[in-house]
Write a protein that binds this ligand. Structure first.
Ligand SMILES: Nc1ncnc2c1ncn2[C@@H]1O[C@H](COP(=O)(O)OP(=O)(O)OP(=O)(O)O)[C@@H](O)[C@H]1O
Ligand SMILES: [Mg+2]
Length: 345
């Protein structure tokens, strides 16, 4: 019997929660429902949920408005509680590695190994004569537990808890050609975090989350132009800045560019062997929509810059009464949520 599968993804960000339902097959996914609901600014701080009720309410409202019937949910966890590192370990198959990873991880993780949940991906099974390269992911168990209990309270069954770096990479790979000999910088610029990865083909060479993100621009605007956070946010989103001092605005943008440029420069020493620069930079997240962002990055890093469009291959039902946002405009913001569904379908 043909069964139409459907998957619910929740991307809980500090600025907004993205709720997405996708139907179809892993090759032909179609977004049928979508909502983006903003949170009060204190609800999630440094990746930690401070106001649980606001977050629960926001998700409940979205699920209700979209008439979501799914029980299973795929989601991601980000922030300080996640460590991703490329490590070398002795050659072995995937299931052996699953058993060994705990012992290997011990030397790379600054926490007690009992306090973390571990996951891994074999990147290069032949990194040396007897060794392979593995991407190790460690998440603080408390953070994972807190996330799972949030979903259970909503009567949802979490089936996959991914990290944003992988969901962004997945949606990128789904939409863009695989180029094993090119180095792509994937920068997902959120409200509190920017996740940066270096990928070529389907290999993630390096990934790191930094706290230089749109919030830095909001703070710079507040400082330079003497306006409050609300006003700064609206200037960033609408580009309407006529009533603020143009000199102050320019200073804020430059200060943000400096911070962001430095954050990128810090990871350049980790460019994989054989690459001296990016062949292309692809940006996503709310920060990719800040006016002038592609131009700034292109100039500073001497590579073409593109704002990710996750809907090149990924479909959406434009007649659905449950899509109440402008899909094309918000594509870069939906990237992680859409990427998550690819693992769940
Ligand atoms: N059209 C737009 N133009 C410019 N900035 C925008 C636009 N839309 C949203 N933003 C900004 O992007 C930020 C939100 O981006 P995003 O939704 O990716 O973050 P988040 O996932 O909630 O946060 P994080 O993952 O860092 O916790 C907000 O600060 C918002 O002001
Ligand atoms: Mg986010």
């Amino acid at each position: 019997m043909f069964r139409k599968s459907s998957i619910l993804a929740l991307d809980i960000g500090s600025y907004s929660i993205k709720t997405v339902v996708v139907e179809g097959t892993p090759k032909k996914p179609i977004m049928t429902k979508c909502n983006i609901s903003t949170l009060p600014s204190h609800a999630i701080v440094d990746g930690e949920i401070m106001d649980r009720e606001s977050v629960l309410d926001s998700i409940r409202n979205s699920l209700e408005a979209l008439e979501v019937e799914n029980k299973e949910v795929v989601s991601c966890i980000s922030g300080r509680d996640i460590i991703v590192k490329k490590i070398k370990m002795p050659k072995m198959n995937e299931s052996e590695a699953g058993e060994q990873i705990k012992w290997e991880a011990e030397q790379y993780i600054p926490y007690e190994i009992e306090d973390v949940s571990l996951d891994f991906q074999i990147l290069n099974p032949n990194a040396g004569e007897d060794s392979m390269e593995v991407l190790l992911v460690a998440a603080k168990r408390d953070a994972v537990k807190a996330r799972l209990s949030l979903f259970r309270e909503l009567n949802l069954e979490p089936s996959i808890l991914d990290i944003p770096a992988f969901s962004v990479q997945n949606i990128y790979e789904f939409n863009y050609p695989v180029e094993p000999d090119k180095l792509i910088g994937l920068f997902h610029i959120g409200s509190q975090y920017t996740t940066m990865s270096f990928i070529s083909g389907s290999v993630n060479h390096f990934t790191r989350s930094v706290s230089t993100a749109v919030n830095n621009l909001i703070q710079a605007l507040q400082r330079e132009a003497g306006i409050d956070g609300e006003r700064a946010l609206s200037i960033i989103k609408t580009g309407e800045k006529e009533d603020v001092d143009q000199y102050a605005y320019q200073n804020a943008i430059e200060s943000f560019h400096d911070d962001f440029g430095i954050a990128v420069e810090r990871i350049l020493p980790y460019l994989p062997e054989g690459f001296e620069n990016f062949n292309r930079i692809v940006i996503s997240g709310g920060g990719s929509l800040i006016s002038g962002m592609p131009e700034f990055l292109g100039e500073r890093f001497g590579a073409p810059v593109e704002v990710m469009n996750p809907f090149i291959q990924f479909g959406y039902n434009d007649k659905s009464p449950f899509i109440n946002i402008n899909v094309e405009e918000n594509g870069p913001i939906l990237a992680p949520a859409l990427g998550l569904t690819l693992r769940g379908l």
